[in-house]
Design a protein around this ligand. Structure first.
Ligand SMILES: *Cc1c(COP(=O)(O)O)cnc(C)c1O
Length: 468
């Protein structure tokens, strides 16, 4: 070597650094975060947010110690987090994080496996295979179903519509994976006017603009009106929702999917948080008939309380998913009898989500998943009952975990929402429903107790008294 080849002093120091010490530091701050989660403001204080200015610096030229970095994160980062892993965060549909999921994530982050190919990580490949089978069983989907583990429902829906379009056009004699899309051969898309924005985004990304989509009106709960469906044929892609993003309502899968199947149309179900109802015998009436669809998207990071980012695309005919997403190259060593994760997702390199998903499912068991889904529903019912008893109006049928609240008029509802958000006691988002402003409560964390709901309801009532 003789000094001919470069060696970095900086990296020499990094190689000698004591990782144990840093991991211990992170661990102690993590544990204290978890212990104190319910004692802090659910939404960061304005001071905590102002203090984030400390991060406004240009990239330092010289290295910082890991200790300094972790200290900075703990001192200024933690207070500016949203306490969504506590019991009183009801915003969006975010979900908490189960102990087994977090612990498994820590370990698998240390492994830092790439799950593109089975040869890159036998353990990641194995657990993806196991998780795929468990999910299919849990949601009672056809045994032919293939599952891709990806970032979230937005990406999952993107994959679903790509697989669907390819499949429909192939049945019409056109393999667009080879020819590319020809404008005159494009498909007809039918969605509910209540579809999630991510559905429009997915369609846009594959070149289907929102003006060219048939938007079907929905009923008072956001369920697509079946009688308004247009003529369906074997070039039709229908996108349905399991769990309306506002009301939590479910479509009439049985009748829509049955007629779609007869006509050779493709049905994708956006089941980001709602698909999990299929895992509960008490709630599976809501998803009845959804197993007749062709593809489904779901998030484990919502209802299932796995950490971000844990979405999945499920596709009834595995080959449709693989045809849409596979790739190959001279250096790609594919062991056909083992699972190569990249054949099921848009990514090649990818972290090992299967590890924490496996841990999440194993730690609950099918009974635990059912009880989680049931409990979130019951807590939403309790939330609604408590608010109704205090003269708030609940504008949706509480079928699942969503509660929409109205307080006298739009202006008062908006004002109350702002005060709730600033209270620090609990946090919920707002939306519009039936041309009204509403407070949107989503019960989606296993951490939420009936007592958390009492505390939140009392605070909402107290704040409402000063609004006239
Ligand atoms: C959250 C959500 C999405 C988007 O999912 P991401 O995981 O955030 O990408 C899509 N549809 C519905 C109904 C949702 O609730």
């Amino acid at each position: 070597m003789d000094g001919k080849y470069f060696e970095s002093e900086i990296l020499n120091a990094v190689r000698k650094s004591e990782i144990n010490k840093y991991l211990e530091l992170s661990k102690s701050y993590s544990l204290s975060y978890i212990e104190n989660i319910n004692k802090r403001n659910v939404y960061p204080t304005s001071k905590a947010i102002r203090d984030l200015d400390i991060f406004d610096e240009s990239l330092p030229q010289t290295p910082q110690t890991t200790e300094e970095i972790i200290e900075l994160l703990n001192t200024y980062g933690s207070p500016a987090t949203v306490a969504q892993t506590g019991g009183r965060y009801f915003g969006f549909v975010n979900g908490g994080i189960l102990p087994a999921s977090l612990s498994a994530r820590w370990l698998s982050d240390t492994w830092d496996q790439n799950t593109a190919l089975s040869i890159m990580s036998p353990i990641a490949s194995k657990l993806e295979e196991v998780v795929e089978q468990w999910i299919i069983d849990l949601l009672q989907l056809p045994p032919t179903t293939g599952v891709g583990l990806l970032t979230g429902s937005s990406t999952a829906t993107l994959c679903g519509v790509i697989a669907g379009r390819n499949h429909l056009l192939k049945n019409n004699g056109l393999d667009i994976t080879k020819t590319g899309i020809q404008s005159s051969d494009d498909i007809k898309v039918v969605i509910s006017e209540e579809a999630h924005a991510s559905v429009f985004k997915a369609l846009r990304m594959i070149g289907i603009g929102s003006d060219s989509v048939a938007k079907i009106p929905a009923d008072s709960q956001g369920r697509l009106l079946v009688s308004n469906l247009p003529e369906i044929d074997n070039k039709t892609l229908i996108i349905l929702q399991a769990g309306n993003l506002n009301t939590g309502a479910y479509e009439d899968f049985q009748s829509i999917c049955t007629s779609a199947n007869q006509k050779g149309a493709w049905v994708h179900v956006d089941g980001a948080f709602g698909l999990w109802a299929a895992a509960s015998e008490n709630l599976s009436h809501l998803t009845k008939g959804m197993e007749l669809a062709d593809s489904w998207s779901a998030d484990a990071h919502k209802t299932l309380n796995a950490p971000y980012d844990n979405g999945m695309i499920l596709c009834k005919r595995r080959e449709d998913l693989i045809n849409a997403l596979q790739m190959t190259g001279p250096y790609i060593i594919s062991a056909s009898e083992k699972r190569d994760g990249m054949m099921y997702t848009p990514d090649m390199s990818r972290r090992a989500r299967g590890v924490e998903l496996w841990a999440t499912l194993k730690s609950l068991g099918s009974q635990g998943v059912q009880e989680l889904v049931d409990e979130l529903h019951h807590k939403a019912l309790y939330f609604a009952d408590q608010l109704r008893a205090r003269n708030f109006e609940i504008v949706n049928e509480v079928d699942s975990n969503q509660v929409l609240v109205y307080f006298n008029d739009d202006e008062k509802t908006d004002k109350l929402l702002r005060e709730i958000q600033e209270s620090g006691v609990c946090w919920m988002g707002g939306s519009r429903w039936s041309e009204k402003s509403v407070i949107r409560i989503s019960v989606c964390s296993y951490k939420t107790t009936y007592q958390d709901i009492d505390i939140s309801v009392n605070e909402i009532e107290r704040l409402s008294k000063s609004i006239s």
